[in-house]
Design a protein around this ligand. Sequence first.
Ligand code: GCU
Length: 360
Amino acid sequence: MSRRRDVPRATAGERPPGKGFGRRGFLTALPVAGAGTALLGGCVSRAGAVTDVDRILSVSLGQAEDHPSYGALLDFGERLAGATDNRWGVRVYANNSLGDQQETVQLVSDGAIDMAVISGTQIENSSPRFLPMNVPGVFDDMDHQNRVMLDDSIVGELFTSLEPDMRLTVLGGFTQGSRHLYTAPGPIESPDDLSGLKIRVQESKIFLDLINAMGGVPTPMAYSEVYTGLQAGVLDGAENNEISYVTQRHYEVATHYTLTNHLIGFDFFLANTDLLEEMGPEDSRALRETFTETQNAFVEIWRQETEKATEQMRERGVEIHEPDPAAFAPIIEETGYAILQDEADIAMYEAIRAASEEAP
Ligand code: GCU
């Protein structure tokens, strides 16, 4: 039976909520503000080419509009409208304007938001079965990761495992590329340099263990709060890919970027399962297929955008450090494998490794 919230239909074309809207107030006002489930009719003017679609799906994103996943979601919206004869389009709510990731998982589950981009480490909190996907060293590179994420024999069951209890379906997602450390006080050449430094992590066991093992003091915090945390000195550093570092302007408050390559992350794309059922087989298949096209194109876009972000870092005076790989690599590898909890985790980890081109 459908558990989607009964959201009154409204005409689209409305103003997207801004940061200053106040989350509580915003959620109360969700139906009239235009998010919520499949609003009837309208055009998505800010989303470029998606105009005059019959129903608009809300998508929550934690990134700013200059992050490539924003453009990718607009691309997906255009493809979806094209493939469904303008029956469906999307509106992307950037900058966590619908809530931080941990909240939006629940909102998609409730059907108050149709879809959301959620970091792997946050889904790990809903289901530990996702944990092997977040383990340092499990993927050789982004191509290996993308191959795995599209391989039904590896991820098929996992991606539907949240449907019965949470009404969440995973449709794939976007690579986060390699993640690295950045710090305000100075460069990080070895675990000793991290001693006593408060490093922001996502709210996840993997990151707590990893930063601990690397020598720092892990400090869980929502993504949207990291800039002020660094600025106020509540944090000494954080960890993320080059693109997030630049688009969140963290280089303004932490100028040492250390290439630790500790993990290749993944942002999962979640949809409310009842929505997919309501769309019917033809349109929900179109949604899956068009998202996969966008996901595939994203890997190359990510490579190019990472180069651009690195260039921007240099222009803005960021000091980029390359520590001796031997300083962190063994610690990272050991922590990664130790995180696996049980036989199911180990089986998933091994299936992912077997899909590596480097696998024996
Ligand atoms: C990356 C990732 C986000 C995540 C963020 C974080 O930017 O793409 O989904 O929220 O890291 O560190 O919280």
